[in-house]
Design a protein around this ligand. Structure first.
Ligand code: HEM
Length: 166
C-alpha cells in the first residue's frame, strides 16, 4: 500500500504560490505565522527543495483551506518511538468530537526527532476551549505524558492562521 505523506516548507507567499502553479496536480494549504507555511498531502517525492517530509500515522477529518492550526512538536528519542506511537493508537479520540474541530494528524518525521500533532479548528477560540476542557486534561494528565522517558527535548507549540485565498 502506498502511504500518503505530509509535506511542508516555509517561504514567502508569492514564491510558494508560484511553486504551486508549477505543479497543477497539487493543491497547497497556506498558513501564516511569522512567515508563510505551505502544506500538502500526497505520495511520491516532495516538490519542495528544502521542505520537511512526514509519514501520516494517524488521520481524522479533512484539512480545510480556512481556520486555525496548532502544531505541537514533540521530540522523541529513537528508542522511544514505539512507546510514543502506541500511546497515540490508544488515544481517547475526544478531540474530534469537540466543537469547531476540523482535522487531526499525527506526523512522524522522515528526518529529525520531532513528531507533530496537528489539529485544525474553525477558529482559534475553539482550540483554546479544547485546551481548557476536561477532554484535553484527560488525554494529558497521566504521568507518562507529563514526564515521559521518550522525550528527547521539550515539546513546543506553533500556531497558524489559514490564509484566505482569492
Ligand atoms: C506539551 C506537552 C504535550 C505532550 C508531551 C503530549 C503528548 C501526548 C500524548 C502521549 C498523547 C496520547 C494520549 C495518551 O497517552 O493517552 C497526546 C494526545 C493528544 N495530544 Fe498531546 N501532548 C502535549 C501537548 C499537546 C498540545 C499543546 C496539543 C495541541 C495541538 C496536543 C494535541 C494532542 C491531541 C490532538 C491528542 C489526541 C487526543 C484525543 O484523541 O482526544 N498535545 N498528547
Amino acid at each position: 500500500m502506498v502511504k500518503t505523506k505530509a509535506f511542508m516548507t516555509n517561504g514567502t507567499y508569492a514564491f510558494l504560490k508560484k511553486l504551486e502553479q508549477k505543479h497543477d496536480h497539487l493543491s497547497f494549504y497556506f498558513m501564516k505565522n511569522h512567515d508563510t507555511l505551505a502544506y500538502y498531502e500526497g505520495i511520491g517525492k516532495s516538490v519542495f527543495t528544502a521542505g520537511r517530509v512526514y509519514d501520516i500515522l494517524l488521520s481524522k477529518g479533512l484539512i480545510e483551506k480556512q481556520g486555525f492550526v496548532a502544531m505541537n512538536h514533540i521530540p522523541v528519542t529513537t528508542d522511544g518511538r514505539p512507546v510514543f506511537e502506541e500511546r497515540f493508537k490508544q488515544r481517547q479520540h475526544a478531540v474530534e468530537t469537540m466543537p469547531g474541530f476540523q482535522a487531526f494528524r499525527l506526523l512522524k518525521p522522515k528526518k529529525g526527532l520531532a513528531y507533530i500533532v496537528l489539529t485544525q479548528w474553525k477558529r482559534e477560540a475553539y482550540f483554546n476551549e479544547w485546551r481548557e476542557s476536561k477532554a484535553f486534561e484527560k488525554a494529558h494528565n497521566k504521568q507518562s505524558v507529563k514526564q515521559p522517558a521518550y522525550f528527547a527535548d521539550r515539546p513546543f507549540l506553533k500556531t497558524y492562521t489559514m490564509i484566505k485565498e482569492e
